[in-house]
Design a protein. Structure first.
Length: 185
């Protein structure tokens, strides 16, 4: 969020530089990059998965916040604060950041579903949660050997993952509808 705030507010060469770095990170497939980064660690684990997902997930948030700041910085209340001599950090913290929270919250909520699937995928491959830590991906990996004789061993963790991701995405859509004035009736 900080990168998006700085890039959107100051613009110019700083915006160009920060957004090109964001573009470079976004150009790589996230799951492949996550597998490579986790492979660097000596032992896989859930903490490493979370660290890697956070390191790779900032780009979407930065883009959303930058776009919102580009729109907000032309508003009259921001221009008035500038005309009164309010320092830039105060404008960012008092005027821009609070108004960016709604789209930021929605983007973060929707990103949680993607991170849940990514964690399950990495755990399925053996790069995420290790026993005795429970993960739907690890449960799916264990259940694949029983698909012919006991399919519910794999079906129920997969169904739980699907319903959890669907629920989080519906929550994000509901928050967008609630917080975005363009969607109000």
């Amino acid at each position: 969020a900080l990168i998006g705030l700085v890039a959107g507010y100051y613009g110019g060469w700083l915006d160009g530089l920060l957004m090109r770095v964001t573009d470079v990170v976004m150009a790589f497939p996230s799951l492949i990059l996550a597998i490579g980064l986790i492979a660097v660690f000596e032992a896989p684990g859930l903490d490493k998965v979370f660290l890697v997902l956070v390191l790779l997930g900032w780009t979407t948030i930065a883009r959303v916040v930058r776009g919102e700041v580009l729109s907000l910085k032309t508003r009259q209340y921001v221009q008035a604060a500038r005309a009164l001599g309010v320092p830039d950090p105060m404008i960012v913290v008092r005027h821009l950041l609070p108004n960016c929270l709604a789209p930021l919250l929605v983007a973060a909520t929707i990103g949680v579903g993607g991170n849940m699937v990514a964690e399950a995928g990495l755990s399925f491959l053996g790069l995420g949660a290790q026993a005795p830590t429970i993960s739907w991906g690890a449960m799916l990996a264990e259940g694949q050997t029983f698909l012919a004789s006991a399919p519910w061993v794999a079906v129920f963790p997969g169904l739980a993952l699907m319903l959890a991701v669907l629920g989080v995405n519906l929550l994000g859509d509901g928050l967008r509808d609630l917080l975005d004035p363009r969607f109000r009736g």
